[in-house]
Write a protein that binds this ligand. Structure first.
Ligand SMILES: [Zn+2]
Length: 61
């Protein structure tokens, strides 16, 4: 394995890590059950999307 000749400075390592920031999760309220869900996703609580039931919950379990 190749070894680095010089150690990177603290500033260089920190500069690289400036892009490590996490974006806060964008959650919206479900129009059917008013539970929080991700936009453009089926609601995990009631299985509704675009005003109709897409996933049947608890019926098959
Ligand atoms: Zn819902």
């Amino acid at each position: 394995m190749a070894l680095p000749k010089r150690r990177h400075s603290r500033a260089r390592g920190r500069k690289r890590r400036t892009h490590w920031t996490i974006t806060p999760l964008n959650v919206i309220e479900c129009s059917h059950c008013h539970e929080f869900r991700l936009p453009h996703h089926i609601c995990p609580a009631c299985g509704y999307y675009d005003g109709r039931q897409v996933l049947s919950k608890k019926e098959e379990a």
